[in-house]
Unconditional design. Sequence first.
Length: 376
Amino acid sequence: MTDEANRFSPPACRRLIVKVGSALLVSPDGEVHSEWVETLVADIAGRAQAGQQVAIVSSGAIALGARRLGLPGGGRNSLEDAQASAATGQIALAHMWADLLSQRGMTAAQVLVTLDDLEDRRRYLNASATLSRLLGLGVIPIINENDTVATERIRFGDNDRLAARVGQAADADGVILLSDIDGLYDSNPQSNPDATLIPVVPNITWEIESMADTKSSSGMGSGGMVSKIEAAKIATMAGMDLAIISGHGPHALARFTHTGHGTVFLGEGSPSAREAWIAGGLTSGGTIRVDEGAAKALKSGNSLLAAGVTSVEGNFHRGDIVDIVGPDGRRIARGLCEYDSSAARLIIGRRSEELASILGHAPRSALVHRNHMARV
């Protein structure tokens, strides 16, 4: 076993999230790859017997439902088709996992979530408690986005980022994305035969992000390499390792254990649960732009004061999450804003001693306090 693969072994990784893509589960004509899934379940059973707690984020509901309903375009020609396909296919998907896991002596549980379930702090904590209890009982949660009620505006849109966000909620140690590609390359391997696989990514830099390609090679899934990089950012900021490996062929997890072939993104530190939730959020109420001095102060761990703000974008309320970007337009932090957007605009660039006279009341000490901020 390689050092990278060892990070995801039962002794090193108490709790693991495994994401399975649509193309691996379902053929283009909507048939389940039953023999392949059986080998994956065998791998998961081995990990469970070794003491690892495993949750599965499973795609495939829309593809399965579209076949049963006879809908064209894999059920993705319209939002209504996708929702109807999901409602139909989710039953078949849950039954498949439950039956195969049961044959190995394991119990499955279905967990359907929406973006709001993990973006709203209270609902996130509820989901976290449920997942932790199920995993503690030795149950295998089968998790998917609730595409039946999700809309184009309020949804994850891909299960890569969902898997990373679920990993946060479940307090997991690692996430493995089983994909139709075997990792991150320095250029697109489909168009460049000399592309080189990157086995380990210690830090996700702009150079790493620029290597991502937006397309899924299968055409069936909704996520490409861009979504996988975004998932890796969510996971690593929460201290989790994340691996992108090929799911093609039988016993994909066992193969990774033996060969270590894939790309592993290394988790960064151990942030507080609240900080990880803020950093991993996929939505924000608005954007606060700051000058160079404020950017340096934030990177040193300070709060954001109004004096360093150059502009406020969007309409948000006090307590909403906002993105904080530097002079170069790059996001440097996210946090819970202490002011609503209208009040924030009034105090742009003003010193702390001026705020009371501008606002007509005693102001809060910071626009975004360091205790409610995550540096990204």
